[in-house]
Write a protein that binds this ligand. Structure first.
Ligand SMILES: Nc1ncnc2c1ncn2[C@@H]1O[C@H](COP(=O)(O)OP(=O)(O)O)[C@@H](O)[C@H]1O
Ligand SMILES: [Mg+2]
Length: 285
């Protein structure tokens, strides 16, 4: 029987679903909590209690990244790969690669000091969006409406100990409907897509912030963009986020560690099953 290992640091609804659907599709799924399973860096062989094919599902970006790097170099096949997770987990890297690949994405600058960050914002004109380069759930993603607010936010970021907080990712604010579109791309196929409506009192649409999911129609243009976006990072299971503008779609984010609880309430596609069917395909190679 083909087998695969799910590596995790907390079993969310998603991991339990993946585990269950794995057996449904005829895959022997093992679960490994990375917090309890140190890795030997100096080993050059497959970790024996971990399958050749690994589905990486840690909530912690850095745990997932480093675990993947080690396993890949010891011969495991990790979904998503180390490089794919590295890029998707970092908005600076993602935006640069989207732009280079000709995929429409919001105009974005990166500034390396408070002063030059304010200068760029003044030049762009408000509102602008300031984001941490590594982060999720809309955390610390701020819409800035004037210079005063910009300066106080940048001052606050200066006090944070994570050096990445002093790298300022500044993006044009996209005038969009009160929603964005999340597509789930599995092995080069958009299996489902849904709108995320911003909740009362917030401009961000993250489900984690109370955003409401609704099934979305995907036209050919959007489908093509989502597939191309997941391909530029060689992503295998990727959440691709798009916004609607008067001038077509823009892709603003790629997510390597997909949460799909909200999506599964509105989609008739069995997302966990689709993912595990793909994992099984890899495991059976
Ligand atoms: N440039 C933008 N213009 C308008 N809304 C945006 C912009 N960037 C992000 N948003 C909104 O904020 C949410 C969070 O931003 P995102 O870049 O996806 O960061 P996170 O990784 O925290 O989800 C998005 O889902 C979207 O609703
Ligand atoms: Mg997002």
């Amino acid at each position: 029987m083909a087998e695969a290992t799910i590596i995790y640091d907390r079993l969310r609804w998603e991991e339990k679903q993946l585990y269950e659907k794995g057996s449904e599709v005829g895959l022997n799924v093992k679960l490994v909590d990375v917090k309890e399973r140190p890795l030997e860096l100096t080993s050059t062989r497959l970790a024996e209690d971990i399958s050749h094919v690994v589905l990486q599902r840690t909530i912690s970006h850095y745990r997932g990244l480093y675990y993947s790097f080690v396993l890949e170099n010891q011969g495991h096949y990790v979904i998503n790969s180390f490089v794919s997770s590295l890029i998707c987990g970092n908005k600076l890297l993602t935006t640069q690669l989207l732009a280079k690949s000709g995929i429409p994405t919001p105009k974005t600058y990166v500034a390396f000091s408070q002063e030059s960050a304010v200068d760029i914002m003044e030049k762009m004109g408000y509102p602008v969006v300031l984001k941490p380069i590594v982060g999720s759930w809309g955390r610390m993603v701020a819409k800035i409406i004037n210079r005063e607010q910009a300066e106080s936010l940048l001052e606050a970021r200066e006090l944070l100990t994570d050096p990445q907080q002093q790298i300022y990712y500044i993006q044009e604010y996209i005038k969009r409907p009160p929603r964005d579109i999340r597509g789930i791309v599995v092995n080069g196929r958009v299996i489902t897509a849904y709108y995320r409506y911003q909740p009362e009192g917030d401009w961000r649409t993250n489900i984690a912030r109370g955003g409401k999911a609704e099934l979305a129609k995907v036209d050919g243009e959007l489908e093509d963009l989502m597939i191309r976006a997941s391909n530029i990072v060689s992503g295998k299971v990727i959440g691709v986020d798009a916004m609607e503008t008067s001038d077509g779609y823009v892709i603003h984010e790629l997510n390597n560690n997909l949460e799909f609880h909200g999506a599964s309430e509105v989609s008739d596609v069995d997302i966990a099953k689709e993912i595990m069917e793909y994992v099984k395909e890899e495991a059976a190679r």
